[in-house]
Design a binder for this molecule. Structure first.
Ligand SMILES: [Fe+2]
Ligand SMILES: [Fe+2]
Length: 363
């Protein structure tokens, strides 16, 4: 068994790299085009692939599925187009590093991996890194002022869904709860919880992806809310609350002209609607609220309850479940019950505190 595995399409290059690290004898090297994937579970996987064709990516994913355990880092060496490699690395849950500095970086990483596979806070390294990547993605895609497009949303959804799939919802939630930025934390929590909820409901991959994408976008309108209100370290006053409550319609207007599908638009506009008609912005009732919207409303409120905010601690799983349980009638009771196993997959690492901004309408 090897602690480092190089997956390569150029055996000679990989051998030179192993030698440069002083690992000629102890580093495993796997030929990407070898059909049999060795039964290895290394502490660090490095992809050294010069030609990242679609066939190479399919083969690489197969290798990773077989070899990569939870929390195991994956580094993708960048040989050519850095921007493209960066995108591929994100989709593969990898970190892109320049091939030229690979020997030094890899030596450092091996020392780190040998020390621990978890961070001091008990969050898997992989989940922490993937959450960080997703936060960087949000900063660029949501908060840079650039227009949101279906392609960008697809890439972000893939990033979150893969992270939840690989790291598990428990590690994802813990990694995201460490973020100080309330909106980033909220969006990534709701997207991750929705992805896990879709899996628990037995949705097919297409519907699951659709749900996660709608969840990722649900609060996109908040990017148009003044930062002083959005990031206020306390409860909103009535005027601020009124402004905050414009975010569903703002988000809907942002996406309506950008070729997003109707079901996603409905989630963005109606995720604060309640079955009893007490929600906003359109005061819909019962059957007027589509299923996809109801799903995201449950994860949205639960996510807000377990978030850590400057003025409140994260609520425990039990306390948050009790609150959404009391909201049945406004929320879909079947969905609240179906959500329990998802929430039961982790404890929100909470120590109590007052309920989140849900009551104040900031979910
Ligand atoms: Fe919202
Ligand atoms: Fe929300």
């Amino acid at each position: 068994m090897h602690d480092l595995m190089l997956i390569t399409d150029d055996l000679r290059h990989a051998e030179r790299l192993a030698k440069a690290m002083g690992r000629a004898e102890t580093c495993g090297i796997h030929d990407l085009y070898e059909e049999r994937v060795p039964p290895e579970h290394p502490a660090l996987i490095v992809s050294d692939i010069k030609e990242l064709t679609s066939d190479a990516l399919v083969r690489l994913r197969r290798c990773l599925e077989a070899m990569r355990g939870q929390g195991v880092p994956h580094l993708l060496l960048v040989h050519g187009n850095a921007a493209r490699a960066e995108v591929q690395a994100r989709l593969l849950g990898a970190e892109a590093i320049p091939a030229a500095t690979a020997a030094r970086v890899l030596s450092d990483r091996l020392r780190q991996a040998a020390r621990s596979t978890t961070t001091p806070a008990g969050v898997g390294i992989r989940a922490a890194r993937q959450a960080q990547e997703a936060r960087d993605f949000l900063t660029q895609a949501f908060f840079s002022g650039a227009a949101m497009t279906p392609d960008i949303a697809e890439a972000g959804t893939e990033l979150v869904a893969q992270a939840v799939h690989e790291a598990g919802i428990r590690d994802w939630v813990r990694a995201v709860q460490r973020f100080d930025d309330t909106t980033h934390q909220h969006i990534l929590l709701v997207a991750g919880l929705s992805s896990a909820f879709g899996l628990a409901l037995g949705l097919n991959p297409r519907d699951r992806h659709h749900l996660a994408k709608a969840a990722l976008l649900h609060d996109v309108g908040k990017t148009k809310i003044p930062p002083a209100i959005l990031n206020k370290p306390g409860r909103l006053n009535p005027v601020e609350l009124q402004i905050m409550r414009t975010h569903p319609a703002l988000g809907h207007a942002m996406l309506a002209g950008a070729k997003f599908d109707g079901a996603t638009l409905a989630v963005v506009r109606w995720h604060h609607e309640m079955l009893d008609g007490s929600g906003y912005p359109d005061g819909l009732r019962g059957e007027q609220i589509p299923d996809l919207v109801r799903l995201v409303t449950v994860t949205d409120i639960y996510g807000a309850l377990i978030e850590r905010r400057p003025y409140k601690k994260a609520l425990s799983e039990t306390a948050a479940l009790a609150i959404i349980g009391e909201m049945v009638g406004r929320l879909d009771g079947d969905l609240v019950r179906a959500f329990r196993p998802v929430a039961g997959a982790f404890d929100a690492a909470a120590t109590g505190g007052t309920p989140a901004g849900t009551a104040g309408g900031t979910a």
